[in-house]
Ligand binder design. Structure first.
Ligand code: HEM
Length: 232
């Protein structure tokens, strides 16, 4: 086996790649959020943004394939690390003393496998819901385009869709906050005062990012899709 493949396949290599793919996925989330927030910019901005994306044609398919690979690779690595840890703890999570003092486990770190699984299921449902959901049409400057804005508003005036999304997006906060911080420790950061501060930054970042996502369904729901920011 070539040494680079061997290194990536080691436990340290897998942890490193989980961190790097996680950071790439966070960058995707930032871009996705910026695109989603155009729903508040004007009545045509969101559909124009989606249309612009789709006009990339084959390039968009390549980007989607890379994104799907990143999500799946990240998930496989995460499941693998979790299984490895479980096997390495025959006493089944009984507390035990380590040389380095108490372990740095939090609710977020202990629930990574659960929040990760929920996100994977969410992603499948989410893509079927919006990307492959009902096809409405509208016109922008005389050109017929997909009216995704109508589909999003239609979804989030319904309580079930709104609160299911909000529930999952809250879980994503836990996943991101631990994942973001953990990525830095995998890149070599030691557990010390700086890493504690970084952990707080990671929590703050995850909360702000997801609060912005959560604002979209909640705003649409509580204004019945007719609030000043969203009205046609
Ligand atoms: C309020 C929250 C969200 C809204 C309103 C939203 C909206 C959308 C819409 C409208 C699409 C379809 C775009 C198209 O057909 O071109 C989409 C696709 C997608 N969303 Fe979201 N999204 C939200 C949260 C999330 C989150 C939290 C994630 C990741 C964890 C995510 C991941 C994706 C992915 C991977 C796609 C497919 C992209 C593609 O294939 O081009 N979304 N989203």
């Amino acid at each position: 086996m070539p040494s680079i493949v061997k290194a990536l396949n080691s436990q340290v290599g897998r942890k490193l790649m989980t961190g790097l793919t996680g950071i790439a996925l966070i960058l995707f989330l930032l871009v996705h959020l910026a695109g989603n927030l155009t729903i508040f910019a004007s009545s045509t901005a969101f559909n124009a943004y989606v249309e612009q994306l789709h006009s990339l044609g084959p390039l968009l398919y390549v980007a989607e394939a890379i994104l799907a690979f990143l999500f799946l690779y990240h998930a496989v690595l995460g499941i693998n690390i979790w299984l490895h840890r479980r096997k390495a703890r025959p006493e089944n999570y009984k507390t035990y003393k380590t040389k380095g003092g108490p372990s740095h486990q939090s609710l977020a770190s202990k629930s990574m496998i659960f929040t990760g699984m929920v996100m994977l299921i969410f992603l499948v449902v989410h893509i079927i819901h919006f990307k492959f959901g009902p096809y409405y049409e509208t016109t922008i400057d005389g050109e017929t385009v997909r009216d995704l804005r109508k589909l999003v508003v239609e979804a989030f005036v319904r309580p079930v869709d709104t609160f299911a999304y909000v529930g999952v997006l809250v879980l994503v906060i836990f996943h991101l906050s631990h994942g973001f911080w953990s990525a830095f420790t995998s890149l070599g950061m030691k557990h010390n005062e700086t890493s504690k501060r970084l952990q707080l930054v990671a929590y703050g970042f995850a909360i702000i990012l997801m609060a912005a996502f959560i604002f979209i369904p909640l705003y649409i729901f509580f204004t019945g899709g007719e609030g000043a920011l969203i009205s046609y």
